[in-house]
Design a protein around this ligand. Sequence first.
Ligand code: NAD
Length: 258
Amino acid sequence: MGKLDGRVVIITGAARGQGEQEARLFTAEGAKVVVADVLDDQGEKLASELGARYVHLDVAREDDWTAAVDAAKEAYGRIDGLVNNAGILRFNSLLDTPLDEFMQVVAVNQVGCFLGIRTVGPHLAEAGGGTIVNTASYTAMTGMAAVGTYAATKHAVLGLTRVAALELAAQHIRVNAVCPGAIDTPMSNPARLDPEADAGEMSRALDELYRKLVPLGRVGRPEEVARLALFLTSDDSSYITGQPFVIDGGWLAGVSVI
Ligand code: NAD
């Protein structure tokens, strides 16, 4: 028996990285997954490998959400879960950040999460309840120089998570957030996008960097975040809602002076 047998789950940003691993694990656990992304070729390929449904969904666009939900209902008749995973990162100091760049990150990371909750929530209620997992970040819990826009949006994702948990509990919808530290995906390891580059070598370099920063001594793997998202989507977390779950190898625990 799978932990998600018979459940229909929409995962945004699922063409690669953490979302891809969530789509793979959720499928293996019996879910019918809707792979949603703006990377159509990669998303279609993954969905066809998994026997899942692909939908083009720019999470910042209201109309795309409506169409994605319609496609999920048409394919599977119901929706039981949502993983708001899509996100983008831009490096800049606050004083150097153009407004356009700030608004672009807000549109995807923050507005995307809001639209997901607002559009999918009623369908979860219609199904008798369900789960929403929002992807925040280590930077939702603390500051990090040079990623101020990103950190602001991830703090906002936690606010949305808590309020949605309060407002949707009566409809048996649980809402939680994952807060990953550094995870080895194209976001933190762009070499993964370059067919010429040695992604393995870049991963080893990341491990070396995080050996000094993170108590567990390495960068995280997207499969590890997927297991946390599975926990929060399955009945294993049946009495948990409104909470941030940090998955960062101990990074946020503090600093070592020796
Ligand atoms: P990634 O860049 O590999 O994946 C992000 C996915 O989101 C991609 O498939 C991309 O096409 C999709 N996406 C981007 N804009 C979109 C949009 N407008 N609509 C729909 N899809 C869109 O990175 P990842 O690490 O897998 O990121 C997944 C989530 O985890 C993001 O929310 C990210 O902010 C968060 N996160 C990542 C890390 C990390 O170190 N990798 C750490 C903390 C949080």
